[in-house]
Design a protein around this ligand. Structure first.
Ligand SMILES: Cc1cc2nc3c(=O)[nH]c(=O)nc-3n(C[C@H](O)[C@H](O)[C@H](O)COP(=O)(O)OP(=O)(O)OC[C@H]3O[C@@H](n4cnc5c(N)ncnc54)[C@H](O)[C@@H]3O)c2cc1C
Ligand code: FES
Length: 329
Protein backbone atom coordinates (compact mmCIF):
# COMPACT_ATOMS: atom_id res chain seq x y z
CA UNK A 1 0.00 0.00 0.00
CA UNK A 2 1.32 3.48 -0.89
CA UNK A 3 2.26 5.92 1.85
CA UNK A 4 -0.38 8.43 2.87
CA UNK A 5 0.69 11.88 1.61
CA UNK A 6 -2.78 13.36 1.98
CA UNK A 7 -3.94 16.16 4.25
CA UNK A 8 -5.97 15.38 7.37
CA UNK A 9 -7.89 17.61 9.79
CA UNK A 10 -6.06 18.19 13.09
CA UNK A 11 -7.53 20.18 15.96
CA UNK A 12 -5.51 22.57 18.09
CA UNK A 13 -6.00 21.92 21.77
CA UNK A 14 -3.57 24.36 23.35
CA UNK A 15 -1.36 27.31 22.40
CA UNK A 16 1.60 28.37 24.53
CA UNK A 17 3.82 31.45 24.10
CA UNK A 18 7.46 30.38 24.34
CA UNK A 19 9.01 33.78 23.57
CA UNK A 20 7.54 37.04 22.15
CA UNK A 21 7.61 35.59 18.60
CA UNK A 22 7.47 31.83 19.15
CA UNK A 23 4.37 29.77 19.90
CA UNK A 24 3.82 26.08 20.52
CA UNK A 25 0.64 24.50 19.15
CA UNK A 26 -0.56 21.25 20.69
CA UNK A 27 -2.44 19.09 18.20
CA UNK A 28 -5.10 16.51 18.91
CA UNK A 29 -3.81 13.65 16.79
CA UNK A 30 -2.75 10.05 17.17
CA UNK A 31 -0.28 10.18 14.25
CA UNK A 32 2.81 8.13 15.02
CA UNK A 33 6.10 9.98 14.51
CA UNK A 34 9.81 9.88 15.23
CA UNK A 35 11.79 12.52 17.07
CA UNK A 36 13.12 15.07 14.56
CA UNK A 37 10.24 14.71 12.07
CA UNK A 38 7.85 17.39 10.80
CA UNK A 39 4.32 17.78 9.47
CA UNK A 40 3.32 19.83 6.43
CA UNK A 41 0.35 22.17 6.92
CA UNK A 42 -1.93 23.56 4.24
CA UNK A 43 -3.03 27.06 5.17
CA UNK A 44 -5.30 28.78 2.66
CA UNK A 45 -3.63 26.84 -0.18
CA UNK A 46 -0.05 27.49 0.98
CA UNK A 47 2.11 24.63 2.23
CA UNK A 48 4.59 24.97 5.09
CA UNK A 49 6.35 22.37 7.24
CA UNK A 50 6.78 22.56 11.02
CA UNK A 51 8.84 20.18 13.12
CA UNK A 52 7.63 18.54 16.27
CA UNK A 53 9.15 19.99 19.42
CA UNK A 54 7.52 17.17 21.37
CA UNK A 55 9.13 13.75 21.54
CA UNK A 56 7.12 10.52 21.12
CA UNK A 57 9.28 8.80 23.77
CA UNK A 58 8.68 11.37 26.50
CA UNK A 59 5.64 13.51 25.66
CA UNK A 60 2.01 12.42 25.59
CA UNK A 61 0.97 15.13 23.15
CA UNK A 62 2.16 16.12 19.69
CA UNK A 63 3.37 19.71 19.57
CA UNK A 64 4.81 21.94 16.85
CA UNK A 65 6.64 25.17 17.61
CA UNK A 66 6.40 28.05 15.16
CA UNK A 67 8.52 31.19 15.02
CA UNK A 68 6.76 34.17 13.55
CA UNK A 69 8.81 35.32 10.56
CA UNK A 70 8.52 39.07 9.80
CA UNK A 71 6.25 39.33 6.75
CA UNK A 72 5.77 35.56 6.83
CA UNK A 73 2.53 34.37 5.27
CA UNK A 74 1.81 31.19 7.20
CA UNK A 75 3.72 31.73 10.46
CA UNK A 76 2.08 35.17 10.77
CA UNK A 77 -1.36 33.72 10.10
CA UNK A 78 -0.85 30.92 12.64
CA UNK A 79 0.21 33.41 15.31
CA UNK A 80 -2.60 35.87 14.61
CA UNK A 81 -5.53 33.68 13.68
CA UNK A 82 -5.27 30.31 15.40
CA UNK A 83 -7.14 29.61 18.61
CA UNK A 84 -7.66 26.41 20.62
CA UNK A 85 -10.42 24.39 18.97
CA UNK A 86 -9.50 25.49 15.42
CA UNK A 87 -8.86 22.78 12.85
CA UNK A 88 -5.88 22.77 10.47
CA UNK A 89 -5.07 20.52 7.53
CA UNK A 90 -1.80 18.59 7.89
CA UNK A 91 0.03 15.61 6.45
CA UNK A 92 1.17 12.69 8.54
CA UNK A 93 4.62 13.27 10.08
CA UNK A 94 7.61 12.60 7.84
CA UNK A 95 11.29 13.43 7.55
CA UNK A 96 14.65 11.78 8.06
CA UNK A 97 16.34 14.14 10.54
CA UNK A 98 16.16 11.35 13.10
CA UNK A 99 18.46 9.39 15.39
CA UNK A 100 20.37 6.73 13.44
CA UNK A 101 19.65 3.06 14.20
CA UNK A 102 23.39 2.30 13.98
CA UNK A 103 24.48 5.08 16.37
CA UNK A 104 25.33 2.66 19.19
CA UNK A 105 26.88 4.60 22.09
CA UNK A 106 28.24 7.40 19.88
CA UNK A 107 27.74 10.82 21.46
CA UNK A 108 25.06 13.06 19.98
CA UNK A 109 26.36 16.58 19.36
CA UNK A 110 23.78 19.13 18.21
CA UNK A 111 23.92 22.75 17.10
CA UNK A 112 20.63 24.65 17.03
CA UNK A 113 20.15 28.27 16.01
CA UNK A 114 16.87 30.15 16.64
CA UNK A 115 13.77 28.10 15.77
CA UNK A 116 16.14 25.28 14.67
CA UNK A 117 15.95 24.14 18.28
CA UNK A 118 12.49 22.65 17.55
CA UNK A 119 13.50 19.28 16.02
CA UNK A 120 16.75 19.25 18.01
CA UNK A 121 14.84 19.52 21.31
CA UNK A 122 12.86 16.45 20.26
CA UNK A 123 16.04 14.54 19.32
CA UNK A 124 17.78 15.44 22.57
CA UNK A 125 14.80 14.26 24.64
CA UNK A 126 14.67 11.02 22.67
CA UNK A 127 18.40 10.29 22.98
CA UNK A 128 18.32 10.95 26.73
CA UNK A 129 15.23 8.82 27.29
CA UNK A 130 15.97 5.85 25.06
CA UNK A 131 19.79 5.56 24.95
CA UNK A 132 22.79 5.96 27.23
CA UNK A 133 24.53 8.23 24.71
CA UNK A 134 26.23 11.39 25.95
CA UNK A 135 24.51 14.46 24.52
CA UNK A 136 26.14 17.84 23.90
CA UNK A 137 24.09 20.79 22.66
CA UNK A 138 24.92 24.32 21.58
CA UNK A 139 21.91 26.62 21.29
CA UNK A 140 22.29 30.05 19.70
CA UNK A 141 19.78 32.86 20.13
CA UNK A 142 19.87 36.66 19.79
CA UNK A 143 19.20 37.29 23.49
CA UNK A 144 17.97 35.55 26.63
CA UNK A 145 14.41 36.69 25.80
CA UNK A 146 14.60 34.74 22.50
CA UNK A 147 16.04 31.55 23.99
CA UNK A 148 13.36 28.97 23.19
CA UNK A 149 13.15 25.98 25.60
CA UNK A 150 16.18 27.13 27.62
CA UNK A 151 14.39 26.46 30.93
CA UNK A 152 13.29 22.98 29.83
CA UNK A 153 16.80 22.17 28.61
CA UNK A 154 18.37 23.32 31.87
CA UNK A 155 15.90 21.12 33.75
CA UNK A 156 16.77 18.13 31.54
CA UNK A 157 20.50 18.67 32.18
CA UNK A 158 19.95 19.03 35.92
CA UNK A 159 17.83 15.88 36.02
CA UNK A 160 20.53 13.78 34.32
CA UNK A 161 23.89 14.86 35.73
CA UNK A 162 26.72 14.13 33.27
CA UNK A 163 24.41 13.11 30.39
CA UNK A 164 23.58 16.47 28.81
CA UNK A 165 26.22 19.17 28.36
CA UNK A 166 24.62 22.48 27.37
CA UNK A 167 26.11 25.62 25.96
CA UNK A 168 23.62 28.48 25.62
CA UNK A 169 25.09 31.07 23.24
CA UNK A 170 23.52 34.55 23.25
CA UNK A 171 24.55 36.92 20.46
CA UNK A 172 24.01 40.11 22.51
CA UNK A 173 26.32 38.76 25.22
CA UNK A 174 28.80 36.55 23.31
CA UNK A 175 28.84 37.94 19.75
CA UNK A 176 28.10 35.60 16.84
CA UNK A 177 28.89 31.89 17.13
CA UNK A 178 32.43 31.24 15.87
CA UNK A 179 34.47 28.18 14.96
CA UNK A 180 36.00 27.98 18.44
CA UNK A 181 32.57 27.58 20.09
CA UNK A 182 31.63 24.93 17.53
CA UNK A 183 34.81 22.94 18.23
CA UNK A 184 34.41 23.26 21.99
CA UNK A 185 31.58 20.70 21.82
CA UNK A 186 32.84 18.66 18.87
CA UNK A 187 35.30 16.30 20.62
CA UNK A 188 35.95 12.89 19.06
CA UNK A 189 33.68 10.57 17.03
CA UNK A 190 30.01 11.52 17.30
CA UNK A 191 26.81 12.03 15.30
CA UNK A 192 26.38 15.74 14.59
CA UNK A 193 22.92 17.32 14.11
CA UNK A 194 22.48 20.87 12.79
CA UNK A 195 19.43 23.07 12.36
CA UNK A 196 19.23 26.85 12.19
CA UNK A 197 19.65 29.88 9.94
CA UNK A 198 21.71 29.29 6.79
CA UNK A 199 24.87 31.27 7.83
CA UNK A 200 24.93 29.48 11.19
CA UNK A 201 24.62 26.07 9.51
CA UNK A 202 27.30 26.94 6.96
CA UNK A 203 29.73 27.92 9.73
CA UNK A 204 29.06 24.75 11.73
CA UNK A 205 29.29 22.49 8.67
CA UNK A 206 32.53 24.08 7.44
CA UNK A 207 34.09 23.97 10.90
CA UNK A 208 33.19 20.32 11.46
CA UNK A 209 34.44 19.33 7.98
CA UNK A 210 37.73 21.17 8.54
CA UNK A 211 37.98 19.36 11.89
CA UNK A 212 37.85 16.05 9.95
CA UNK A 213 34.25 15.03 10.69
CA UNK A 214 33.04 12.72 7.91
CA UNK A 215 30.12 14.01 5.84
CA UNK A 216 28.02 10.94 6.66
CA UNK A 217 28.12 11.75 10.38
CA UNK A 218 26.65 15.25 9.86
CA UNK A 219 22.84 15.41 9.74
CA UNK A 220 21.22 18.63 8.64
CA UNK A 221 17.64 19.95 8.63
CA UNK A 222 17.14 23.03 6.45
CA UNK A 223 14.10 25.21 7.14
CA UNK A 224 14.77 27.13 3.93
CA UNK A 225 16.03 25.51 0.74
CA UNK A 226 19.82 26.03 0.55
CA UNK A 227 19.48 27.17 -3.09
CA UNK A 228 16.32 29.22 -2.54
CA UNK A 229 13.72 29.09 -5.28
CA UNK A 230 16.11 30.18 -8.02
CA UNK A 231 16.96 27.97 -11.01
CA UNK A 232 19.98 25.71 -10.49
CA UNK A 233 23.11 27.85 -10.92
CA UNK A 234 24.89 25.07 -12.83
CA UNK A 235 21.96 24.62 -15.21
CA UNK A 236 23.08 24.67 -18.86
CA UNK A 237 20.97 24.26 -21.98
CA UNK A 238 20.51 20.58 -22.83
CA UNK A 239 18.78 18.71 -25.61
CA UNK A 240 15.02 18.12 -25.28
CA UNK A 241 12.09 19.60 -23.37
CA UNK A 242 10.38 19.40 -20.03
CA UNK A 243 6.59 19.61 -20.23
CA UNK A 244 4.73 20.44 -17.04
CA UNK A 245 1.00 20.02 -16.44
CA UNK A 246 -0.41 21.83 -13.42
CA UNK A 247 -4.02 22.78 -12.62
CA UNK A 248 -5.12 22.00 -16.18
CA UNK A 249 -2.38 24.08 -17.85
CA UNK A 250 0.41 22.55 -19.97
CA UNK A 251 3.68 24.40 -20.64
CA UNK A 252 7.02 23.28 -22.11
CA UNK A 253 10.53 24.65 -21.53
CA UNK A 254 13.84 23.57 -23.07
CA UNK A 255 15.74 21.17 -20.81
CA UNK A 256 18.71 22.43 -18.79
CA UNK A 257 21.25 20.03 -17.39
CA UNK A 258 21.52 20.01 -13.59
CA UNK A 259 17.98 21.40 -13.21
CA UNK A 260 15.29 19.58 -11.26
CA UNK A 261 11.74 19.21 -12.55
CA UNK A 262 10.60 21.62 -9.82
CA UNK A 263 13.02 24.24 -11.09
CA UNK A 264 11.89 23.61 -14.68
CA UNK A 265 8.26 24.04 -13.58
CA UNK A 266 9.13 27.40 -12.00
CA UNK A 267 11.00 28.43 -15.13
CA UNK A 268 7.85 27.58 -17.08
CA UNK A 269 6.05 30.23 -15.01
CA UNK A 270 4.24 27.88 -12.62
CA UNK A 271 4.19 28.13 -8.81
CA UNK A 272 4.34 24.40 -8.10
CA UNK A 273 3.87 22.95 -4.59
CA UNK A 274 6.98 22.33 -2.47
CA UNK A 275 8.08 22.51 1.13
CA UNK A 276 11.34 20.92 2.25
CA UNK A 277 13.18 20.78 -1.11
CA UNK A 278 15.29 17.98 0.33
CA UNK A 279 13.37 14.86 -0.67
CA UNK A 280 11.69 14.31 2.69
CA UNK A 281 8.09 15.53 2.57
CA UNK A 282 6.51 14.57 -0.80
CA UNK A 283 4.78 17.96 -1.05
CA UNK A 284 6.32 18.35 -4.53
CA UNK A 285 5.22 14.90 -5.74
CA UNK A 286 4.02 14.56 -9.35
CA UNK A 287 3.75 11.78 -11.94
CA UNK A 288 5.89 11.26 -15.02
CA UNK A 289 3.62 10.53 -17.96
CA UNK A 290 6.41 10.56 -20.57
CA UNK A 291 10.15 10.04 -20.36
CA UNK A 292 12.22 9.23 -17.30
CA UNK A 293 13.85 11.13 -14.46
CA UNK A 294 16.27 10.20 -11.70
CA UNK A 295 15.85 11.36 -8.11
CA UNK A 296 18.95 12.53 -6.21
CA UNK A 297 17.32 11.77 -2.84
CA UNK A 298 14.07 9.98 -2.04
CA UNK A 299 13.06 9.72 1.60
CA UNK A 300 9.35 10.11 0.91
CA UNK A 301 8.05 7.81 -1.84
CA UNK A 302 7.83 4.05 -1.54
CA UNK A 303 8.78 1.53 -4.24
CA UNK A 304 5.18 1.15 -5.49
CA UNK A 305 4.80 4.89 -5.96
CA UNK A 306 8.08 5.09 -7.85
CA UNK A 307 7.02 2.13 -10.00
CA UNK A 308 3.78 4.00 -10.83
CA UNK A 309 5.89 6.89 -12.15
CA UNK A 310 5.69 9.24 -9.16
CA UNK A 311 8.68 11.46 -8.53
CA UNK A 312 9.74 14.10 -6.04
CA UNK A 313 10.07 16.98 -8.45
CA UNK A 314 12.50 18.80 -6.11
CA UNK A 315 14.91 15.90 -6.54
CA UNK A 316 14.20 14.54 -10.03
CA UNK A 317 16.36 15.39 -13.04
CA UNK A 318 15.35 14.24 -16.54
CA UNK A 319 17.29 11.24 -17.79
CA UNK A 320 15.61 11.10 -21.22
CA UNK A 321 15.41 13.80 -23.88
CA UNK A 322 11.73 14.64 -23.46
CA UNK A 323 9.92 14.44 -20.15
CA UNK A 324 6.33 15.22 -19.17
CA UNK A 325 5.42 15.63 -15.52
CA UNK A 326 1.84 16.05 -14.27
CA UNK A 327 0.92 17.41 -10.84
CA UNK A 328 -2.24 15.95 -9.36
CA UNK A 329 -4.86 18.50 -8.24
C1 LIG B 1 11.39 20.46 7.08
C2 LIG B 1 11.07 21.83 7.65
C3 LIG B 1 10.79 21.98 9.00
C4 LIG B 1 10.51 23.24 9.52
N1 LIG B 1 10.26 23.36 10.86
C5 LIG B 1 9.99 24.57 11.38
C6 LIG B 1 9.73 24.72 12.78
O1 LIG B 1 9.73 23.75 13.53
N2 LIG B 1 9.47 25.96 13.26
C7 LIG B 1 9.46 27.07 12.45
O2 LIG B 1 9.19 28.17 12.95
N3 LIG B 1 9.71 26.96 11.11
C8 LIG B 1 9.96 25.74 10.56
N4 LIG B 1 10.18 25.62 9.22
C9 LIG B 1 10.08 26.84 8.37
C10 LIG B 1 8.63 27.03 7.93
O3 LIG B 1 8.20 25.95 7.11
C11 LIG B 1 8.41 28.30 7.10
O4 LIG B 1 9.35 28.35 6.07
C12 LIG B 1 8.50 29.57 7.93
O5 LIG B 1 7.54 29.55 8.98
C13 LIG B 1 8.25 30.80 7.05
O6 LIG B 1 7.01 30.64 6.41
P1 LIG B 1 6.01 31.86 6.24
O7 LIG B 1 4.93 31.43 5.31
O8 LIG B 1 5.61 32.42 7.54
O9 LIG B 1 6.93 32.93 5.56
P2 LIG B 1 7.04 33.26 4.01
O10 LIG B 1 5.83 33.98 3.56
O11 LIG B 1 7.47 32.07 3.26
O12 LIG B 1 8.23 34.30 4.10
C14 LIG B 1 9.50 33.91 4.65
C15 LIG B 1 10.44 35.10 4.62
O13 LIG B 1 10.78 35.35 3.30
C16 LIG B 1 10.37 36.64 2.97
N5 LIG B 1 9.83 36.53 1.65
C17 LIG B 1 8.69 35.92 1.28
N6 LIG B 1 8.53 35.98 -0.03
C18 LIG B 1 9.62 36.65 -0.51
C19 LIG B 1 10.05 37.04 -1.79
N7 LIG B 1 9.32 36.77 -2.88
N8 LIG B 1 11.21 37.72 -1.89
C20 LIG B 1 11.96 38.02 -0.80
N9 LIG B 1 11.60 37.65 0.45
C21 LIG B 1 10.44 37.00 0.58
C22 LIG B 1 9.35 37.09 3.97
O14 LIG B 1 9.29 38.47 4.13
C23 LIG B 1 9.88 36.39 5.17
O15 LIG B 1 10.92 37.14 5.73
C24 LIG B 1 10.48 24.37 8.67
C25 LIG B 1 10.74 24.22 7.31
C26 LIG B 1 11.03 22.97 6.80
C27 LIG B 1 11.29 22.82 5.32
S1 FES C 1 9.55 19.52 -1.45
FE1 FES C 1 9.72 18.01 0.13
S2 FES C 1 10.22 16.22 -1.02
FE2 FES C 1 10.21 17.78 -2.50
Amino acid sequence: MSRDHGFHPVRITRIVDETPDVRTFTLDTEFPYRAGQFMTFRVRGTLRSYSMSSCPDTDGELRVTVKRVPGGLVSGWMHEQLRPGDVLEATRPSGSFCLREDAGGRPLVAYAGGSGITPVFSLVKSALATTGRPVRLLTAHRSAADAIFSGELDALAAGRPGRLRLHHHLDDRDGLVDAASVLELAGGPADFYLCGPEPFMALVEETLSAHGVAEERIFVERFTPSNGTAPAPAARPAEGTVTVVLRGQRRSVPQRSGETLLQSARRAGFTPPFSCESGDCATCMARLTAGEAKMRVNNALDADEVAEGHVLTCQAEPSTTDVTVEYED
